[in-house]
Design a binder for this molecule. Structure first.
Ligand SMILES: Nc1ncnc2c1ncn2[C@@H]1O[C@H](COP(=O)(O)OP(=O)(O)OP(=O)(O)O)[C@@H](O)[C@H]1O
Ligand SMILES: [Mg+2]
Length: 288
């Protein structure tokens, strides 16, 4: 069945004429947690993981924004933070004095932020489920760098990269990615689309992962987004203009892919005007 949310994503076809690559050098076998070693395991709830081996490639920004977008669309989201960084909480307006398990309302839905690592996170994802934290429709996982988010089977893996080093690390991560995980490659920061298309294909082919797609436009760097994030303001409230609009549209497509795991037969509902505090005026706000 074709997925209505797929239209924003470019599929990476595994070309039958793809030259056979030299077998991967035996330099690295990533330690996959025993619990998640099965290539066929699936999480108890539809799960989206944002992961990369490189730090500072907007993982928290992307994952928190997707969680908010799904909540605005009416879902109750468990936002699993697998590092000890508090920036994810801060970005969602949760203060240090709030409880360890904190819930925020976004439109008709909610985001419950829980910090869990290693086997505890695997337990919530694959074994006992998140029941003890509440009732949820979807799980979004924010990983710190080098946390092997790519090893998780049966998830939607959003993998941002921002350059050569990051690409090399990404390839290592994707090589350890189970076949039943869907990968979406995201390039952050502006590069020409053609160049990104070529990079995405190269990264994907070198990773030996069978399936995958990439966000066609790189997510652009904008002062407006950076400043909003640094003061804990949601990107969904920003005026849609220039590169900020492109950034928001890119994250909207990623949220669409996450939504498709939860409600495969429908497209992500439009963001209600009341959810976006900034009004976008077509033809005026930078959409030439
Ligand atoms: N579109 C953007 N334009 C400009 N700056 C951005 C943008 N998105 C994120 N940033 C900035 O980049 C920095 C890193 O973002 P973020 O914390 O989301 O990355 P991360 O990958 O989660 O980092 P870490 O590896 O530390 O977990 C932040 O200071 C954020 O404000
Ligand atoms: Mg982070």
């Amino acid at each position: 069945m074709s997925n209505p949310n797929d239209r924003h994503m470019n599929r990476l076809a595994t070309s039958p004429t793809r030259p056979s690559l030299a077998p991967p050098r035996a330099i690295e076998t990533l330690p996959i947690p025993a619990e998640a070693a099965s290539d066929t395991a699936v999480p108890r709830l539809p799960t989206t993981v944002v992961s990369s081996w490189k730090g500072g490639v907007w993982k928290t920004c992307i994952s928190a924004s997707i969680a908010e977008r799904l909540a605005f669309a009416g879902l109750d989201v468990l936002y699993l933070v697998t590092d000890d960084q508090l920036d994810a909480r801060r970005r969602l307006g949760i203060s240090e004095s709030d409880p360890d398990v904190a819930r925020v309302q976004r439109g008709a839905g909610s985001i419950t932020v829980v910090g869990l690592a290693g086997a505890h996170a695997v337990d919530v994802l694959y074994r006992s489920g998140p029941g003890r934290f509440g009732k949820f429709d979807a799980i979004i996982v924010d990983t710190p760098p080098v946390k092997k988010g790519g090893c998780l089977p049966g998830v939607l893996l959003i993998a941002p990269t921002d350059g050569d080093d990051a690409s090399a690390n990404l390839i290592r991560m994707l090589r350890a990615t189970p076949a039943n995980t869907d990968v979406v490659l995201v390039r952050i920061d502006a590069v020409p689309k053609k160049e990104w298309e070529r990079d995405a294909t190269t990264i994907h082919d070198a990773s030996n992962h069978a399936g995958g797609s990439y966000l066609p436009g790189p997510l652009p760097r904008t002062d407006e987004v950076r400043e909003a994030l640094n003061r804990g303001q949601s990107v969904w409230t920003l005026p849609r203009r220039g590169p900020t609009r492109e950034f928001i549209q890119g994250v909207e497509s990623l949220a669409g892919a996450a939504w498709a795991r939860v409600r495969p037969d429908t497209t992500l509902p439009l963001l209600a005007a009341s959810a976006a505090s900034a009004v976008h005026i077509r033809g005026w706000d930078g959409d030439a």
